[in-house]
Ligand binder design. Structure first.
Ligand SMILES: NC(=O)c1ccc[n+]([C@@H]2O[C@H](COP(=O)([O-])OP(=O)(O)OC[C@H]3O[C@@H](n4cnc5c(N)ncnc54)[C@H](O)[C@@H]3O)[C@@H](O)[C@H]2O)c1
Length: 377
C-alpha cells in the first residue's frame, strides 16, 4: 500500500545518534518506512554512539555505511539531510541545535530538553530555520486506536468532551535496589516521571482535549537514594506526580504518572467523558478501544483493524494487532511528509514547547495553581 501523504521524491541521507532502546526503534523505522508506505528508500549514512566500538558494531547491525564516536561529525556530515537523536536527555539541546545550525531536519526523542529554558531556546532555533522540519518522538500518537479515538472525539461521536482522566504508570524504578543513573539527576534526566512518562500522556491529552489553562499539582520522590559504586546517591527528580487541570474548553482533567507503580508496565491509560458517551484507551492493550454511547447498556470493544488509520499499510486483517515499533514507522512517515512540505503532523519543536510548559508547571506547582500561557497562533 502506498501512502496518500506526499513523501520526499529523492532519497535522503540519515544520521542516527544513539543505539539503545530508541536508537533501534529509529533504525527499524528508517529501514521500513519505504517498504510500508512507498517513496524513496533513504540512505543510512552515518551512525554515532558513545564509543567507536559500539558505533561500528551497531552501524554493521543496523546497516549504516559509516560509524563515529563523535556526534558532531554525524550532524555536520555533508551527505546527511536528517538527524535522528536518541541520546540521553542532557544531550538533546546541543545535538539538536548543532544539527539545525548545520542545515539538517531533526527527529528528536522526547522529552525535548532538561529545562523549560532549554526547550524555549530550541524552539527559537527551530523557528530561525523554517525550511527544516523538526519532530519529537511522541510515538503513542501514531497507534491506529489512538488516531481512531482522536477522530471520533473530533467528529462528535461522544458529544462535547466534559472530562479527561489520564494515567501513565510504569514500574521500571520500583525496586529500591535499582542502581542510580543519569535518569535520576537534573543534569542528565531533567524531570523524572513527568519528563519520561508524563509528557506522553500530555501529548495525548492536548490532542484530545485542546489547550490547558490551569494546573495544580504535587510531586513525590518515593525512593530518595539509590545504590551506586560510590555508595547511596540522591534521587533528584520526581518518582510520581498528580495533577488537576482545566482546559480552555472549560472541561476538567485529572492526571497521574509514576515510575514506581508496581505491576504497571506501560499503563498509558485514559478515558474521555463526553456529553453523549465515553471512550477508554490503555496502551497495554493498544489494539482495543472501549466506547460507550448514551443509551447503550455498557461499553463496546473496537478491535484494531484496517478500518482504523495506518493499520492496513502493515496488515490487511483485523485483529492481527499493531505494535510499538510500527508506531515509530508511522512517525517516520509523518516526519518525511513534513520534510516534503506537508503540514507537521506531530509535535514539532514549537508544539513540543507547549508539552514542556505543562510538565514543568506540574513539577513546579507544589499545590499552587499555575496558569498556562498560550502560544500565539
Ligand atoms: N518515545 C519513547 O517511547 C521513548 C522510550 C524510551 C526512551 N525515550 C527517550 O529516548 C532517549 C534515549 O533513551 P533510551 O531508553 O534509548 O536510552 P539508552 O540508554 O537505551 O540509549 C542511549 C544511547 O545514547 C548513546 N549515547 C550516550 N552518549 C552518547 C554520545 N555522547 N554520543 C552518541 N551516543 C551517545 C548510548 O551509547 C546509547 O546507545 C531519551 O531521551 C528517552 O527519554 C523515548
Amino acid at each position: 500500500m502506498t501512502s496518500p501523504h506526499v513523501l520526499p521524491d529523492r532519497p535522503l541521507g540519515i544520521a542516527l545518534i544513539g543505539t539503545g532502546f530508541m536508537g533501534k526503534c529509529h533504525a527499524l523505522a528508517w529501514r521500513n518506512v519505504a517498504a510500508v508506505f512507498g517513496g524513496a528508500h533513504h540512505r543510512l549514512e552515518i551512525l554515532s554512539d558513545a564509543t567507536p566500538e559500539s558505533a561500528q558494531r551497531f552501524a554493521d547491525q543496523f546497516g549504516f555505511a559509516r560509524a563515529t564516536a563523535h556526534w558532531e561529525e554525524a550532524v555536520s556530515d555533508t551527505s546527511v539531510d536528517v538527524v535522528s537523536i536518541t541520546a540521553p536527555n542532557g544531550m538533546h539541546r546541543p545535538m539538536a541545535e548543532a544539527a539545525l545550525e548545520a542545515g539538517k531536519h531533526v527527529w528528536l526523542e522526547k522529552p525535548m530538553a532538561l529545562t523549560l529554558g532549554d526547550a524555549e531556546a530550541m524552539a527559537a532555533t527551530a523557528a530561525a530555520h523554517p525550511d527544516q522540519a523538526t519532530m519529537l518522538g511522541y510515538n503513542y500518537l501514531r497507534s491506529p486506536a489512538f488516531q481512531s479515538a482522536h477522530m471520533m472525539i473530533r467528529d462528535g461521536a461522544i458529544g462535547t468532551p466534559l472530562a479527561f482522566r489520564g494515567v501513565y504508570d510504569e514500574d521500571y524504578s520500583a525496586d529500591p535496589l535499582l542502581p542510580w543513573s543519569w535518569r535520576m539527576t537534573h543534569e542528565g534526566g531533567g524531570l523524572g516521571a513527568l519528563g519520561d512518562l508524563g509528557c506522553h500522556l500530555v501529548s495525548h491529552m492536548l490532542a484530545l482535549m485542546g489547550p490547558v489553562t490551569e494546573i495544580v499539582a504535587q510531586t513525590q520522590v518515593a525512593i530518595p537514594t539509590r545504590p551506586s559504586p560510590d555508595g547511596q546517591k540522591p534521587v533528584e527528580n520526581e518518582d510520581s506526580a498528580l495533577a488537576m487541570l482545566r482546559f480552555a474548553s472549560g472541561a476538567q482533567g485529572s492526571f497521574a504518572t509514576s515510575r514506581v507503580a508496581r505491576g504497571r508496565k506501560c499503563r498509558l491509560q485514559w478515558e474521555v467523558h463526553g456529553s453523549e458517551g465515553t471512550i477508554v484507551f490503555d496502551q497495554e492493550n493498544m489494539n482495543e478501544l472501549w466506547v460507550h454511547r448514551a443509551g447503550e447498556a455498557g461499553f463496546v470493544r473496537h478491535l484494531t483493524g484496517p478500518d482504523q488509520p495506518d493499520f492496513a499499510a502493515f496488515c490487511p486483517a483485523p485483529g492481527h494487532n499493531f505494535g510499538f515499533n510500527e508506531q515509530k514507522v508511522v512517525e517516520a512517515r509523518d516526519f518525511l511528509a513534513a520534510i516534503a512540505g506537508g503540514p507537521n503532523a506531530g509535535p514539532d519543536f514549537a508544539h513540543g514547547l507547549e508539552i514542556e510548559k505543562i510538565i514543568h508547571a506540574m513539577a513546579a506547582s507544589n499545590g499552587q495553581t499555575i496558569r498556562i500561557e498560550r502560544r500565539r497562533p
